[in-house]
Design a protein around this ligand. Structure first.
Ligand SMILES: [Zn+2]
Length: 361
């Protein structure tokens, strides 16, 4: 970060909370909100700890107290609606209510039940959870959490991976020359390498490593997946469930037969447990490079009615694709959360935001 960027970010850190405190963003939303626009929020983990840092830092988790403040804001200033109702409104070109917002979760962490569900019930906010069904009720951590924990418990694991040719050269070199300070970064680059790995599904990769090392990972509330009992209970209270495949692979690297299996098995499994049709799907990882027209066609072929991505942006009139619905990943801080919502719903033309950049989308 250069000096100009540092100064800009310091000013922003002061300005955004100040504008929030004086009610500027809420005023914007209520007076300048564009008609027929809607936002789909994409959450992953809601942690029980009150700090948003530590194990919940980064993109995939916020604390329960931050989540509660956000839901309170949605109830007081926005129009929360079920995803299925939004999809019907889009399909049949019905009017979307002002300041419409939809809450979704990906993966199926147990903390969605333990921490998010009570808050959502309290504020009467509907939500949809997209499940990677191969993990539900297994007590097994999702493969990326498992890998992080395995490396923490086995600092020599990268050596074994290098011997087996599982560590790409650029990460291997960085790993052995970097101190512990950079290890976190290296683990994250290893995870993104596995996402891109073309020859083996990530869950198989982890299984292979598990056979080679001794590890002792007890299921933990912090990382455990949901159980079917959790899912059934939430489903009785109007929570909706969609598919997020079985094993959470990068689908562009799978054959069409494998993609169909991931989609079909996941869909049928949820339907068997809930006794009702599953209409929604969310692409694993979900950025532009993680799905394509082939995958979209297979999602339709298997019988899904709509699909969500992780492409940042709002749903806006006349420019939406029911099998490629944009979402945004909410920041944990309330002022920035409200700033982002007002930005997407009031900007004069449609935008997607990538960090500080604004891209016409
Ligand atoms: Zn996911």
């Amino acid at each position: 970060m250069n000096t100009f960027q540092k100064v800009k970010s310091r000013i922003k850190r002061f300005v955004v909370p100040a504008l929030f405190r004086c009610g500027y963003y809420s005023w914007l939303l209520h007076t300048k909100g564009r008609s027929n626009r809607c936002l789909i929020l994409m959450y992953h983990r809601i942690g029980s700890r009150n700090d948003a840092g530590g194990c919940l830092g980064g993109q995939d988790g916020i604390s329960r107290s931050s989540f509660e403040k956000q839901m309170q804001f949605l109830r007081e200033h926005m129009t929360p609606m079920p995803l299925s109702v939004l999809v019907k409104s889009l399909k049949f070109r019905r009017r979307i209510p002002p300041r419409a917002v939809v809450v979704t979760f990906d993966d199926g962490y147990a903390d969605n039940y333990l921490n998010a569900y009570p808050v959502l019930k309290k504020y009467r906010i509907p939500a949809t959870i997209f499940l990677a069904t191969g993990y539900i009720s297994t007590g097994r951590r999702f493969w990326w959490d498992q890998l992080r924990a395995m490396i923490r418990q086995n600092p020599d694991l990268p050596l074994l991976m290098a011997k087996k040719g599982l560590l790409p050269p650029e990460i291997k070199e960085g790993w052995f020359s970097a101190g512990p300070r950079n290890q976190h970064e290296l683990v994250e680059s290893l995870i993104s390498h596995i996402w891109q790995h073309q020859n083996m599904r990530p869950d198989k990769w982890i299984e292979l490593l598990e056979q080679e090392i001794e590890h002792n990972l007890l299921p933990s509330d912090d990382y455990a997946p949901l159980s079917w009992e959790h899912v059934q209970e939430m489903s009785r209270h109007d929570f909706d469930f969609g598919s997020h495949t079985v094993s959470h692979p990068n689908m562009v690297h799978l054959s069409s037969r494998e993609v169909e299996e991931e989609l079909g098995v996941s869909k049928r499994t949820i339907e068997q447990h809930l006794g009702r049709p599953v209409e929604g799907f969310a692409y694993p990882i979900g950025r532009g490079e993680h799905y394509d027209s082939r995958i979209k066609a297979l999602v339709q072929k298997v019988g899904f009615q709509y699909a969500c991505t992780a492409q940042l942006g709002c749903i806006w009139p006349e420019k939406w694709d029911i099998f490629s619905l944009n979402r945004i990943s909410p920041p944990s801080s309330l002022p920035y959360f409200v700033r982002d919502i007002s930005f997407y719903l009031t900007f004069p033309y449609p935008v997607t935001s990538h960090g500080n950049r604004i891209i016409i989308g």
